[in-house]
Design a protein around this ligand. Structure first.
Ligand SMILES: *Cc1c(COP(=O)(O)O)cnc(C)c1O
Length: 386
């Protein structure tokens, strides 16, 4: 079955009754007999037993994400960050060592510093371009390697297969934050990943109206991850699961458009004199391009730009006056976003030496011509103020 079809059919029942699964607002689930109550208590993750453990809509979303991302099963949690925390805490404990890509999402680094380190987990950051040399950074106590590809803000593409092979050879679990590609454009389990994290807040939901995370795993580690997620207590609400599943149904229609518009913007930006460098894995001159071509099935609408050095006041003149591009965190919705970024602030294993400021852009579903006109007017304001 092609992915477009899987997205429409996965997590749905037989052709009988409403198209969409029901939303149950539930804490308590009732059982008619002692025998039924005891049965529910003995199988911790089978069926509807207690609101925190999910209801039909939670399981439908989990089944659909697992089907499209290609893993054994998925677990839905309250946010993308909760998915990162559950994925990490499933594998590291006091005295263990964890390797994290230097280009990882900043709040992921914060989880390591403020949550895992005080619990006695030692975290080291590695150059995302390390490839199979990750083996040299691994120690007998290294329990997990965390990847994010392309990296947040800077978009380095990681050699997932090389890192996974080296990690597995030394007994470590491989966790990937796959949010950028969505479950559609990178298939983590075909590249040696054990645990894939999606901030479903982004492309899966697709409409900037909810927070949700989904962790998908291989069969071997599923139980461990599901238990950790359950014990963190960060269960998603039923309405958010419903909306995320509704978003997922149109993923295969939205992603190609995000890709196409993102590339149109990236190509246009790379011709501009104000731009020093465009960080977009699908541009042939981007350093990670050949790996992206080898491994990915497409590009999303999120990419970065390094500008030539310019005053903060000139940059503000550009960004404050944008009409279509709005400023704000998160991305993956139908609307275009732009925001200044500070990659240098979040690095420890590598250095960020670009002299000019950088921006992150999300290409939404508006027409590319209108978005380009908005950027062009922005550069005029920047040049006038410079
Ligand atoms: C947004 C994001 C997250 C966190 O997701 P939330 O739902 O905002 O908690 C994790 N990883 C990446 C790469 C993200 O962009």
């Amino acid at each position: 079955m092609k992915p477009d079809t899987t997205l429409v059919t996965a997590g749905r029942g037989p052709h009988d009754g409403p198209v969409n699964p029901p939303v149950h607002h539930a804490s308590t689930i009732l059982f008619p007999t002692v025998a039924a109550l005891e049965k529910a208590a003995s199988g911790p993750f089978d069926g509807v037993t207690y609101g925190r453990r999910g209801t039909e809509i939670t399981f439908a979303l989990e089944d659909a994400v697992a089907a499209i991302e290609g893993g054994h099963r998925s677990v839905a949690v309250a946010s993308g960050l909760a998915a990162v925390v559950a994925a990490l805490m499933a594998f590291v404990k006091a005295g263990d060592h964890l390797l994290v890509a230097d280009s990882a999402y900043a709040p992921t680094r914060r989880v390591c510093r403020r949550l895992l380190a005080p619990l006695g987990v030692e975290v080291s950051y590695y150059d995302p371009l390390v490839g199979d040399a990750i083996g040299e950074l691994m120690r007998p106590d290294t329990k997990a390697v965390f990847l994010e590809s392309p990296g947040s803000l800077t978009f380095e593409v990681q050699d997932v297969r090389a890192i996974a092979d080296a990690a597995h050879a030394r007994g470590a679990v491989v966790i990937l934050d796959n949010t950028w590609a969505s479950p559609l454009f990178f298939k983590p389990f075909e590249h040696g990943v054990d645990v894939s994290v999606q901030a479903a807040t982004k492309y899966i939901a697709g409409h900037s109206d909810l927070m949700l995370g989904v962790i998908t795993t291989t069969e071997a580690v599923h139980e461990q991850v599901r238990w950790t997620a359950a014990l963190l207590g960060a269960c998603p609400g039923p309405d958010d699961c419903y909306l995320a599943l509704r978003g997922l149904r149109t993923l295969a229609v939205r992603m190609p458009r995000h890709q196409e518009t993102g590339l149109a913007l990236a190509r246009w930006l790379s011709q501009r004199p104000e731009v020093a460098r465009v960080m977009h894995p699908a541009l042939p001159d981007f350093p990670g391009h050949s790996l992206w071509r080898r491994d990915f099935l497409g590009a999303s609408g999120l990419f970065g730009v390094v500008l030539e050095p310019v005053s903060k006041q000139a940059l503000s003149a550009m960004l404050d006056g944008m009409e279509l591009f709005a400023m704000g965190w998160s991305w993956g919705g139908y609307e275009s976003l732009i925001a200044p970024t500070e990659p240098a602030r979040y690095r420890t294993a590598t250095e960020w030496r670009e002299p000019g400021p950088s921006l992150r852009l999300h290409a939404g579903l508006e027409h590319a011509d209108d978005l380009i006109a908005d950027l062009e007017a922005g550069f005029e304001r920047l040049n006038r103020a410079a």
